[in-house]
Structure formats: C-alpha cells, structure tokens
Design a protein around this ligand. Structure first.
Ligand code: APR
Length: 233
C-alpha cells in the first residue's frame, strides 16, 4: 500500500468538462492576451473588461460538471490514507467532485476580494448583477480572488504544496503544460526527493523528461490507468 499520493493538476483535467485550457490550440491565451485580462495593471486600466472575461468564465464553470478524472481522484482520497490534490485550477471542480484535501495555488474564481477593505468571500452569482461588482461591506470595488501574472502565490498554500511534494511517493501530474512557475517546479521537487512521477497528458511537456510513466491520454482515460496502478501498488 502506498503512503503519500499527490495529484498535481492543471487546466487539462477540466477540459473534458468543457472548460477551455489556456495554451493549447483552443486555449484562452490563443484568443486573448493575458496581459490585457489577467494582470493587476489590466484590472487597474479596465476593470469592467477584466470582469467581463471572469464573469463569462464563471458562467461556463457554473454549467460544467466534474468529469471522471476529478471523480476518480476523489475516490482515491477515500481509499488511500494520504491523498492531496494540488491544483492550479480556479474552477472548484475537484471540491465539487468530492476531494477534500485540495490546495488551490492560483485562487478560486468563485472568490471575490475587495480592493478597498480586503475582505474576501465566496460569491456564486453567475452572471453577476453588476460589473465590476462592489463590496457589500464598504462599497469598494471587488476583484476576482485569483492569482494574476506578476502576483505572488498564496504563501501558506505554496508552502504546503512544497512540503507535500517533498514527501510524496506518487506524484501524478495531470493536464498541465508545466510552464508557469513556481507551481511548475513541484514535479521536479517530488522527483528529486524520490517520488515516482506519473504524467497524464496527450502532449509532451517538460515533466515528460523526468516522468517514470507518461500516459499520453486524456485525463479521464489516463486516470483509469492510474487508478489500477495505485490499487496494485
Ligand atoms: N486531458 C489531459 N490533459 C489535457 C487535456 C485532457 N483532456 N486537454 C489538454 N490537456 C493538456 C494540454 O496538452 C496542456 O499541456 O493540458 C495542458 C493545459 O495547459 P495550460 O493551458 O497551459 O494550463 P495550465 O498548465 O493549467 O496553466 C497554468 O497558467 O494562465 C495560467 O493561471 C493560469 O493556472 C493557469 C496556469
């Protein structure tokens, strides 16, 4: 029986739920320039435009359902003692699938944070009534509770993610291009500390070079294979 199993996920795990990735041929950053939509400067310049982008994504995510890959990860958490999901996704689908030990490195699209009083809370309204929305406590402007380019990742989450990567026995990387740091460092840290690294991705990524097993399949099919590997380990 293996002891520490970690899933490290990116946009590819939610692709089969109908949520677009960022960098593939159909990716969001092919259509839009992230510098206009996902930076503090962009928000300062045009908060309404930024909010329109996030409001559209919130509506799409509200319609989406967790897929078999999310569900298998949640099931594995019930069957094995120490399972964590470290995700770069902001869609909350891991939690909706039933995963409990989820570390969100890039925030959550359902969170809003006041740029005046700093209060942060969940807001599931989609579409939002007012763009940009305002804080119900102080009237200040709200921003999406996600991490933008040029911003630091949440300190506690990042620390926990590195701790978990260091003690993992199985580090399973699912649906991330592994191009955005510091998150992209995690598989390399895990490998260096002796973990087995398994990658599920239809395409080559930098992790493919160090992976013990590369499963060149979509997340749902790949997770079925991983499930068998873990059960038989
Ligand atoms: N199953 C598994 N992997 C898939 C699937 C699928 N069905 N479809 C696409 N992929 C893979 C792609 O081959 C690609 O390697 O998912 C990866 C998605 O990569 P990105 O779009 O770069 O997403 P991600 O790695 O999560 O991006 C990291 O970048 O813009 C930021 O903050 C954003 O959290 C995001 C970060």
């Amino acid at each position: 029986m293996v002891s520490y199993i970690t899933f490290f996920t990116g946009a590819g795990v939610s692709a089969e739920s109908g949520i677009p990735t960022f960098r593939g041929s159909e990716g969001l950053w092919r259509k839009y320039n992230p510098m206009d939509l996902a930076t503090p400067e962009a928000f300062q310049k045009n908060p309404k435009l930024v909010w329109e982008f996030y409001d559209d994504r919130r509506q799409n995510i509200a319609r989406a359902k967790p897929n078999k890959a999310h569900l298998l990860m949640a099931d594995i958490e019930k069957k094995f003692p120490n399972v964590a999901v470290i995700t770069q996704n902001v869609d909350g689908l891991h939690q909706r699938a039933g995963s409990e030990n989820v570390i969100e490195l890039h925030g959550n699209i359902w969170k809003v944070r006041c740029i005046r009083c700093g209060k942060e809370e969940y807001n599931y309204e989609a579409p939002l009534k007012e763009l940009p929305p305002s804080c119900k406590y102080c009237g200040g402007m709200l921003r999406p509770g996600v991490v933008w380019f040029g911003e630091s990742l949440p300190f506690n989450e990042l620390n926990r993610a590195f701790e978990i990567a260091e003690r993992s026995n199985f580090f399973i990387v699912v649906g991330t291009s592994c191009q955005v740091y510091p998150a992209a460092q995690l598989p390399f840290v895990a490998k260096q500390k002796g973990s087995k690294v398994i990658e599920i991705n239809p395409e080559y990524t930098p992790v493919s070079d160090i992976a013990d097993i590369s499963i060149r399949k979509k997340a749902t099919e790949g997770m079925e294979e991983v499930f068998k590997i873990l059960i038989n380990s």
